[in-house]
Design a binder for this molecule. Structure first.
Ligand code: ATP
Ligand code: MG
Length: 249
């Protein structure tokens, strides 16, 4: 089952530049939460804080708390957090080897060397992203030789092989065409039965199609959050309305 992830008073700065201010947010289990907001408002930073990727940026400083199912992540190792929280980037970045090896990578890393079990994982995760039937005869082909949409689904499938609880996606469709985008959206709607999904998107129509919950950030502040239908129908804050009408961002 997916888990709830929440932040409490989360702030992030890069050197002297403060980019996220005191963000408290809850991402409900088995729901899709979209994070929207103008370029530079801190969306990617928030995702990187959630999976602790941010700790690899030397001058990044994070304060506040993050909880995964009520366990403070301070009590967890970075490896445990990375395992619970999978991150998919804007541009698909498959490893430069076969589809099969991309998907077997994490299970092997975690100590699974059983061929039958690895085969099963590869098939199951490709099925989850609706890709298995499409590429089942090409599993030995380099992952780099597939279309952008296919590569992005390979990356989502790869993220799932670590058996995460939470799936973070940073603008996963921004380099894809309408058809690939629709396929990824269908995939995410299916995956939310099993995972807690958080997606950053610049595409308001996409946020409307996918979200159960929406969070609007601006200048590193949480301006508004709410149930998606309510949020889009009648945003409470003036700034949210302006953003949705395309006045800025
Ligand atoms: N490694 C870094 N060092 C210093 N400043 C950074 C770093 N990464 C991001 N920033 C700054 O932090 C702020 C937030 O950046 P972030 O990438 O989180 O924004 P974003 O909302 O994801 O934007 P976009 O929609 O363009 O992807 C920006 O002002 C950015 O310039
Ligand atoms: Mg970003």
């Amino acid at each position: 089952m997916g888990e709830t992830i929440k932040t409490e008073g989360l702030s992030v700065s890069y050197g002297k530049k403060s980019v996220l201010h005191n963000i408290s947010l809850e991402f409900p289990k088995n729901r899709i939460t979209s994070i929207i907001g103008p370029s530079g408002c801190g969306k990617t930073t928030l995702l990187m804080a959630l999976d602790e990727m941010i700790k690899e940026i030397p001058d990044a400083r994070v304060t506040g708390n993050i909880y995964i199912d009520d366990v403070n992540t301070e009590a967890l190792s970075m490896e445990e957090i990375r395992r619970k929280v999978g991150l998919v980037f804007q541009k698909p970045v498959p490893f430069p080897f076969s589809v099969y090896d991309n998907l077997a990578y994490a299970p092997k890393y975690y100590g699974n060397h059983d061929k039958t079990s690895l085969n099963r994982i590869v098939i199951e995760k490709l099925q989850m992203v609706g890709l298995y039937d499409e590429i089942k005869d090409e599993l030995k082909k380099s992952a780099l030789k597939f279309s952008g949409g296919q590569q992005q689904r390979i990356c989502i499938a790869r993220a799932l092989t670590a058996e995460p609880e939470v799936l973070l996606l940073d603008e996963p469709c921004s380099s894809l065409d309408v058809k690939s985008t629709a396929i990824i959206e269908e995939t995410l709607l299916r995956l939310k039965e099993k995972y807690t999904i958080i997606i950053v998107t610049h595409n308001i129509a996409q946020a409307k199609r996918l979200s159960d919950k929406v969070v609007f950030l601006k200048d590193g502040l949480k301006i508004e959050e709410g149930d998606a239908k309510e949020f889009f129908r009648s945003p409470k804050e003036e700034e949210t309305g302006e953003f949705l009408r395309g006045i800025y961002g």
